[in-house]
Write a protein that binds this ligand. Structure first.
Ligand code: SF4
Ligand code: SF4
Length: 399
């Protein structure tokens, strides 16, 4: 659960850090510790830095904030911690205390958060062949945030799925508000349509909320004011939706949405669909697929079992799961734009795991992860198609 800055953030950070008993059990599941082999790049090291900063024992410096900026927010550490350290809250509070990192690509993030503008720019990039001439310009050279963004923009989205629309149930079990997000509303429109079809087929009435940023990018980047403004917008849109549950097809938004809407059931669609699985029938599909479970789906949504249950309902589908933590693909919200070289290094192990599974399609629920993995596959001249799992399920749904 993401927490906004406390009234006395230094005190709150120190209290959170004191929960850590320094056992080190989180180190083997931390992707950045695996990458650097350096205590400062581990959860325990970051907690110690946060505590020292909060207590005023050290002054903020680029060397001290760098390991905090490198953190992926994957929450593998929080999941295994025997002392119950609320690592995400500690990270968000500490980043808010320090303010946005100087390396933060502010103009790119501002663009990502505006769905209409990024949709238009995506089309423009394709029409003008921007991938060929933009890399020559400063700001788009190899290893830059601009180049990373360009490689994601240039990817072909999911093919338009042959998904049938489910009729609106005459007596719906409940009304579900679908939150489209910002980048996902542009790049994952197909998955959104798939969610509407499947939820309708399972007996829910679906209303679509307006597309805007939930605030996760700001909260994780230390922009507390931006995150608070987004939370207020989420609350307003939720009230207008008049729904019973809120779902999003992007697990990266879940933690922020849950924080903005305490007491509301906020989930990805898999849990609701798995609860009513007897209402869903699927056509056979003779295909071998790899399922990448994003860190947020595994550690926040905790819906990986529901997803696997749904996919196993598709006759003849051979489902292989990409090995779980300590891997993280490195996309991690804005991390891929802020630290593209580190994001590429983190992706390498995961791509190797995917290749060993020898599959015909790669499924992943998080648009950031999927685009980052697809860019890596394209860089290896692999033609493995990628897809949101909901899109596959909706394609195979049998009315
Ligand atoms: S597992 Fe928990 S208590 Fe142990 S070092 Fe990591 S954060 Fe601290
Ligand atoms: S959130 Fe992930 S990257 Fe950050 S310290 Fe925890 S395990 Fe490491």
């Amino acid at each position: 659960m993401i927490a906004m800055p406390f009234e006395k953030p230094q005190h709150r950070i120190a209290v959170l850090a004191d929960q850590c008993v320094q056992c080190g059990l989180c180190l083997p599941v931390c992707p950045t510790y695996g990458l650097d082999g350096n205590e400062a790049e581990s959860p325990r090291g970051r907690i110690a830095i946060a505590a020292a900063l909060a207590r005023g024992q050290v002054a903020p410096s680029p060397a001290l904030r760098e390991p905090l900026d490198h953190c992926l927010g994957c929450l593998n550490c929080q999941r295994v911690c025997p002392a119950g350290v609320q690592y995400e809250e500690l990270l968000v509070e500490t980043r808010a205390l320090l303010g946005p990192a100087p390396s933060r690509p502010g103009w790119l993030l501002a663009l990502v958060k505006r769905p209409a503008l990024s949709r238009w720019l995506r089309r423009l990039a394709r029409w003008t062949g921007a991938t060929y001439w933009l890399p020559a310009l400063p700001g788009f050279r190899a290893g830059s945030a601009g180049r990373a963004a360009l490689s994601l923009l240039a990817l072909k989205g999911e093919e338009r799925a042959a998904t049938r629309e489910a009729p609106t149930p005459a007596q719906p079990m409940a009304t579900v508000a679908l939150f489209p997000g910002c980048a996902a509303s542009v790049q994952d429109a197909e998955a959104e349509r798939a969610a509407q079809t499947l939820l309708g087929a399972a007996g829910f009435r679906v209303v679509r909320m307006p597309a805007f940023c939930c605030g996760a990018l700001d909260a994780h980047d230390g922009d507390a004011a931006g995150a608070a403004a987004s939370a207020a917008r989420v609350q307003q849109a939720w009230r207008a939706a008049g729904a019973d549950h809120l779902v999003t097809v992007t697990p990266g938004c879940l933690g922020t949405l849950r924080h903005a809407l305490p007491g509301v059931r906020v989930d990805d669609p898999y849990g609701l669909l798995a609860e009513h699985i007897e209402r869903l029938r699927f056509r056979p599909l003779a295909l071998r697929v790899a399922v990448h479970v994003p860190c947020t789906q595994s550690n926040v949504a905790r819906s990986d079992a529901a997803l696997m249950k749904l996919l196993q309902r598709v006759p003849e589908l051979n489902v292989q799961r990409v090995p779980a933590p300590p891997y993280c693909c490195g996309a991690a919200g804005s991390h891929v734009l802020q630290f593209p070289a580190r994001a590429s290094l983190l992706r390498e192990d995961m791509l190797s795991s995917i290749h060993t599974l020898d599959v015909q399609r790669l499924l992943s629920s998080n648009i950031g992860c999927r685009l980052h993995l697809a860019a890596g596959l394209a860089g290896q001249a692999s033609t493995l198609p990628t897809m949101h799992p909901l899109t596959l399920l909706a394609q195979q749904w049998e009315p």
